[in-house]
Design a binder for this molecule. Structure first.
Ligand SMILES: [Fe+2]
Length: 576
């Protein structure tokens, strides 16, 4: 049986393809179009997935889309009636309905067929059902409490329940216009970060400040019994003016969602380009503290309600690593699984999994313990990309390559490390990474200013050998997806200053030999040489989606300040 999951007409358009009971590939459209958070229909990802699996779209049995405009319809109608007619919102919704009705035509066009060639059954899976399925059905748990929390999808911002075997039971949800994700977006915009997906910058800023404005910020959200919450809508405009978002094609954009009252409360917003100061740091810290208060409270309720000690989470807010790092110490949950593409990109996987298990009743067989679900390129393709730029290179076996690359980074060089299949989700986790020495404090500024061309406050994360992680970080279970922040052990902080954030934390990735032997080998070689089983890992890109092809990797290497490139088995240095 072949099932294709689609996240379409939403941010981070993507596909996930199951063939004969196995996940064949899962990829985001942005890697092909080279536009961050690419929305619209994932035409290229669909084409490439089918090609990868050697299938035609005519072979598909089921297609699952992670949207259902008819979900929560009676609530939408009641809301629309209570607000009076808002033509733009109504029009937007009708456009979405018609796009989804024609999704079979669009898919067929994307792969060069007629809609009549497709025999697949089409399913619309409600957005948060898809989020919940993306976490639970990819987790190792037979039973777990489930939480999906984001901006909005299908008129809902938050949904929770329980997973048992191959079924998901919904217990509660929070509807439009109340949303912790949107609250985080509002303050992110107010702080001068206006791009779609900028929330993680504010999360990185928060540790520089103190939650001095927490009391004031609590006015923005009222906590209610049984996990529910409500925004004070006088600080927002999304409910009255509509959310000005574009999802059609290209990168999504979002207009301001906060009202003048927010500026009356906290003073004028920071204009773009103005320096970030104590006030911005403290507002970011206050926002982060408020988010943690509300979500950890909801989780305590969920633990009590479900009686579970395992938790699966998804939705954009589940990418908040600082909050995630506090779950096992501040709630009854003992183990947490967050699917690596927790944001909307992951809902293609979730929609396909929902149909496989919840709808069709097939037994579960996936535990997603790595993110290498993208395309890979042959040694010939790597060599051709190097030859095209007249670069000289050495071809080395795995062991020599790891050893030589480790030597070069221990001497202060910045390495582009390109191997195997590209990652699923927002993080580069050792197949499309820029890697350097975490012992050198200056690496952080050097990378921010000369390679990544981004704000100087942004932290960098470490990759650590899984078997050594407990010696360096105060953490419990392995953290392979870089989604949990924890403390760097006090006696180790001074040894790895480039990956230790201002508050002594890090967003570590534990690397297992079983799931990524080459990356594990590189870090192991670095440890042999330096005694430190940790490298600094950041995504292989420069204000663009993470590189996909060898050509993109070579181009990124040549146009910025990286010193060394390992492209598959080939090693290139600028000093040769
Ligand atoms: Fe979502």
């Amino acid at each position: 049986m072949h099932i294709l999951g689609l996240n379409a007409y939403h941010g981070d358009a993507s596909t996930a393809l199951f063939t004969d009971g196995r996940l064949a590939c899962a990829m985001e459209e942005e890697r092909f179009t080279r536009l961050k958070h690419q929305a619209g229909f994932p035409s290229l990802a669909a084409q490439k997935s089918l090609q990868f699996a050697g299938l035609s779209a005519a072979d598909l049995d089921h297609v699952a889309v992670s949207r259902d405009p008819s979900a929560h319809l009676h609530r939408k109608v009641l809301y629309a009636l209570s607000q009076g007619p808002k033509l733009s919102a109504v029009k937007d919704r009708l456009t979405n309905v018609s796009k989804l009705r024609d999704v079979n035509v669009t898919l067929a066009e994307a792969v060069g067929l007629q809609a009549s060639d497709l025999r697949a059954q089409f399913h619309k899976v409600e957005h948060h059902h898809a989020h919940l399925a993306s976490a639970f059905f990819a987790s190792p748990f037979e039973r777990a409490a489930l939480l999906s929390i984001d901006g909005f999808g299908d008129f809902v911002s938050t949904m929770w329940g329980k997973g048992c075997g191959n079924k998901i039971e919904i217990d509660g949800w929070v509807e439009f216009p109340h949303s912790m994700g949107l609250l985080y977006t509002a303050i992110t915009q107010y702080l001068g970060f206006g791009k779609y997906g900028d929330e993680f910058k504010v999360m990185g800023l928060a540790p520089y400040g103190e939650p001095e404005y927490l009391d004031q910020m609590r006015k923005l959200v009222k906590r209610k019994p049984r996990g529910h919450f409500e925004l004070d809508l006088s600080y927002f405009i999304h409910h009255s003016d509509g959310v000005n978002m574009t999802w059609d094609a290209g990168a999504p954009t979002i207009g301001d969602v906060f009202s003048k009252k927010l500026e009356q409360e906290f003073g004028p917003r920071r204009p773009k380009g103005e320096p970030i100061g104590r006030k911005e740091n403290n507002l970011a810290a206050s926002l982060q503290a408020l988010l943690e208060e509300v979500v950890l409270d909801l989780l305590r309720y969920l633990a009590e309600k479900t009686g579970q000690t395992d938790l699966c989470m998804a939705g954009g807010v589940a990418l908040n690593c600082t909050m995630n790092g506090k779950i096992t110490s501040e709630t009854p949950f003992k183990r947490v699984y967050i699917q690596p593409a927790a944001y909307d990109g992951g809902t293609s996987l979730g929609a396909a999994l929902y149909v496989r298990h919840h709808v069709l009743g097939l037994p579960r067989d996936l535990v997603m313990d790595h993110t290498y679900w993208g395309l890979e390129y042959s040694p010939e393709a790597c060599r051709a990309a190097l030859d095209a730029k007249h670069l000289s290179y050495r071809e080395l076996d795995d062991e020599l390559l790891a050893d030589e690359a480790a030597r070069l980074i221990s001497e202060g060089n910045i390495l582009g490390w390109y191997q195997g299949r590209f990652e699923w989700g927002p993080r580069a986790l050792g197949n499309r990474s820029i890697v350097c020495d975490p012992r050198q404090a200056s690496m952080k500024d050097h990378l921010n200013h000369r390679i990544k061309h981004r704000e100087g406050f942004r932290p960098f994360a470490p990759s650590v050998l899984e078997e050594r992680a407990g010696d360096w970080f105060e953490m419990g279970d392995p953290s392979p997806f870089m989604l949990m922040t924890c403390q760097v052990r006090k006696d180790k902080q001074a040894l790895v200053p480039a990956i230790t954030h201002v508050d002594g934390t890090a967003r570590q990735q534990t690397v297992s030999r079983a799931t990524n032997p080459k990356y594990w080998g590189l870090i192991h070689a670095f440890e042999r040489r330096t005694g430190v089983p940790v490298v600094l890992n950041t995504s292989f890109n420069e204000n663009e989606p993470v590189v996909n092809t060898p050509e993109e990797a070579v181009s990124c290497y040549l146009r910025n300040d990286m010193d060394v490139l390992v492209l598959g088995r080939y090693l290139v240095t600028k000093k040769d």
